[in-house]
Design a protein around this ligand. Structure first.
Ligand code: MN
Length: 205
C-alpha cells in the first residue's frame, strides 16, 4: 500500500495486467487553459502511482501513453468525461475503453442526486475519503503529503466500486445502456474540446 510519485512518465513494468484506475489533476476546469499537472494510476493491487508533469512539459511520457492507449486495458474513472478531455488535449491519446463510476452511479442510484466519489465510496464501500485537497495548487513544484494522499485516494477505490456497481447495473437491466454510455464518453469529451461543452446536441431546442 504505497503511493509512488514519478516525474514526467510512469516507470516501465510497475502495473499488473488488467483494468487500471485513472484520474487527473489540473490547474482548473478549463482544459485548454488549465494544464494537466498529474495523472494517477492504480492497477487495483494496493499501490498508487502519481505521474507529475512540470510546467512546459511536452507530455511525451511513452510508458504512460502506451498504457492509456492500450485497447486491451479497461480504464476506470470517476467522471471520465473530464479526464478523457485532459488526456486527449495534453497527451494526445484517447484513453479508452472506458468505465465511469459516476455514469454507472447515475444509471442505478436513481434514489439520490449525490454521485460524488466521496458519497459513492461511503455508501458502497463504507470508507471515508477527504476531498479537502481537491481545489489546491496542483502545479506546485513540491506536492504536499496531503495532496499526494488525496490524489492517490481518487484512484484507490475505483476497482472496488466497479465490483459493487456492475451487479446493480445487471440487476436493474441497465448494463447495456451503461456500456453504450461508456463507449460514447470519448466522443462526449471530444465535443467538450471542440466547443460544445455544456450544449446537449441531442436536445430539441
Ligand atoms: Mn482527482
Amino acid at each position: 500500500m504505497t503511493v509512488y510519485l514519478h516525474q514526467e512518465d510512469l516507470p516501465a513494468g510497475v502495473l499488473a495486467a488488467g483494468p487500471v484506475a485513472i484520474d487527473t489533476e489540473t490547474m482548473g476546469l478549463l482544459t485548454p487553459r488549465d494544464r494537466l499537472c498529474l495523472v494517477q494510476i492504480s492497477d487495483g493491487g494496493g499501490d498508487e502511482h502519481l505521474v507529475r508533469f512540470a510546467p512546459g512539459s511536452d507530455y511525451a511520457a511513452p510508458v504512460l501513453r502506451q498504457v492509456l492507449a492500450d485497447p486491451e486495458r479497461l480504464k476506470l474513472y470517476h467522471f471520465a468525461r473530464f479526464d478523457l478531455a485532459a488526456i486527449q488535449h495534453y497527451i494526445g491519446v484517447v484513453a479508452a475503453p472506458v468505465y465511469c463510476t459516476k455514469t454507472a452511479s447515475r444509471l442505478i442510484r436513481t434514489y439520490t442526486d449525490r454521485h460524488g466519489l466521496k458519497e459513492l465510496v461511503r455508501e458502497l464501500l463504507g470508507q471515508e475519503i477527504s476531498k479537502q485537497q481537491q481545489s489546491s495548487d496542483w502545479g506546485a513544484p513540491e506536492l504536499s503529503d496531503a495532496q499526494k494522499e488525496y490524489a492517490a485516494s481518487d484512484v484507490r477505490y475505483l476497482h472496488a466500486l466497479r465490483e459493487r456497481l456492475d451487479p446493480r447495473l445487471v440487476r436493474e437491466g441497465r448494463m447495456e445502456l451503461a456500456q453504450a454510455c461508456f463507449d460514447f464518453l470519448p466522443s462526449r469529451a471530444a465535443l467538450d474540446l471542440a466547443g460544445w461543452p455544456e450544449v446537449d446536441i441531442f436536445a430539441h431546442i
